[in-house]
Design a protein around this ligand. Structure first.
Ligand code: C2E
Ligand code: SIN
Ligand code: SIN
Ligand code: FE
Ligand code: FE
Length: 413
């Protein structure tokens, strides 16, 4: 059990981390760890309210007893399940009423109580829940974003004991920490969605449908790539959302390009095209202080989506802050040297392909849409030149899925 000093240290660190760690997953795991260690609890979970508002999603969980039954280093994996928000389950009751629920023994809940304990989890996992405290994740505006549930408080001898009144106050504290973190992450998300909408409005031909398609193609290609490279499923799950939003923002730097160039009906001249090329690093600058997975993905994509596998793309090896070539990467013509092959981050290689596939298939101010035959011929021809040849293989093996994404997000007439 923790000493008072250790408890104080933990509380202080959690406060600092809330301000420093932008990765929501890491923070939520820390909240669970801290909450559990204060009451010496064996297990705990965080459920997050889904967008539809009617269900809770079992999102984070820790369980020492079940963990000990696993081989060292292996993670607890639960099929994520959802729970309707109504008064029948304990979590649903807490999410509905906003009231904390402190139950000494979940197998002895009075039959008159509106909620009951769902034995299903215990039955499937072979776990024995007993004392359970469930607290709402409430924002200052009283929105309920989810619930925190801590299970099986223990005394020094690991005997399971009920949660006390003072435990209730502590758990409310941890819940409010989790709520602040969640609210902030959800706010970041809504700011991103607004940015995406802005970059759509700016460019008449790059409609919402276009950014949705590029996001869709990119995640489909990435999933297949991740399988081939044996990426752990958790890493794939973590990256997929970041990549989708990053891909949707690939051209966000065009916001800084003048209308005269952006909306020019004909071909750009050399000077205009040089200006246009800046949309890569101008976009990347928005994510320069990369701290979350998303920031990093958005940076990589904005910067690298016009590099070519053969090294002849742009902007090449540059310093994003100045837009100038990095020392040692200046070509004989005095330009930055292009990044080549796997020097180009994978997300950049993927969005490069998704973007061109979509640009060729669509009408632009400066061009008509191409026939699919011509699009596919061009893409095939560019394997190993413009594009990563492995991604071209994946592209053709998943063509039916890509077509269905194309149909799902059609341009409005
Ligand atoms: P975008 O329209 O989204 O095009 C993305 C990429 O698709 C282009 O990158 C290019 O690799 C490919 N692409 C588009 N149209 C064609 C085409 O007709 N033939 C071939 N082979 N590839 C094509 P790129 O060339 O670096 O252009 C970047 C952005 O610059 C374009 O994004 C567009 O916004 C703008 N842009 C490029 N050329 C012109 C032009 O002639 N006129 C105007 N108004 N804008 C242009
Ligand atoms: C997070 O903090 O992990 C979510 C918000 C973001 O993607 O930056
Ligand atoms: C609860 O009811 O809060 C526990 C989840 C379950 O029903 O198993
Ligand atoms: Fe671009
Ligand atoms: Fe584009």
């Amino acid at each position: 059990m923790l000493t008072e000093k250790e408890k104080l240290d933990k509380l202080t660190y959690l406060g600092i981390e809330l301000n420093q760690v932008r990765d929501l997953d890491i923070l939520m795991e820390r909240v669970l760890e801290c909450a559990r260690s204060f009451v010496n609890a064996d297990a705990g979970s965080i459920y997050i309210r889904n967008k539809d508002k009617d269900t809770l999603q079992f999102t984070y969980t820790q369980n020492d007893t079940l963990q000990e039954r696993l081989p060292a280093g292996e993670k607890l994996i639960y099929t994520t399940f959802t729970l309707p928000i109504n008064r029948e389950s304990m979590s649903g009751y807490v999410a509905t009423t906003g009231q904390l629920l402190n139950i000494p023994n979940v197998y002895a809940i009075e039959p008159t109580a509106p909620y009951h304990f769902g034995k299903q989890f215990d039955e499937e996992s072979g776990y024995q829940s007993r004392s359970v405290i469930t607290v709402p994740l409430k924002t200052r505006r009283e929105d309920i974003l989810g619930i925190l549930q801590i299970i099986n408080a223990q005394d020094e001898n690991k005997k399971i004991i009920p949660f006390t009144d003072s435990d209730e106050k502590l758990m409310l504290h941890f819940a409010s920490t989790a709520a602040v973190a969640l609210e902030r992450a959800q706010m970041t998300r809504s700011i991103l969605l607004r940015m995406i909408r802005m970059s759509e409005m700016r460019d008449p031909m790059e409609t919402g449908a276009h950014v949705n398609r590029v996001g869709g193609y990119s995640t489909e290609i990435y999933e297949q790539w991740a399988k081939r490279h044996n990426l752990p499923k958790e890493e794939l799950d973590r990256n997929r959302d970041s990549l989708r939003m990053a891909a949707m923002l690939h051209d966000v730097g065009k916001i800084a390009i003048s209308d005269v160039i952006l909306k020019k009906p004909g071909r750009l001249n050399g000077k205009e095209f040089e200006t246009m090329k800046q949309h890569t690093f101008l976009g990347a600058r928005l994510f320069l202080n990369a701290r979350s997975d998303f920031d990093e993905a958005a940076f990589d994509v904005a910067l690298n989506h016009h590099e070519r596998w053969d090294g002849c793309g742009y902007p090449g090896h540059i310093d994003v802050e100045t837009g100038k070539a990095m020392a040692g990467f200046i070509s004989p013509e005095g330009k930055p040297m292009g990044k080549k092959g796997i020097e180009i981050p994978i997300f950049g290689r993927i969005v490069a392909l998704a973007d061109v596939y979509d640009a060729l298939s669509s009408k632009r101010v400066y061009k008509e849409a191409w026939d699919e035959q011509d699009v596919l011929k061009t893409i095939e021809k560019e394997a190993g030149a413009q594009f990563d040849p492995e991604l071209i293989e994946i592209f053709f093996s998943r063509l039916n899925v890509l077509r269905s994404i194309q149909n799902r997000y059609r341009d409005e007439p």
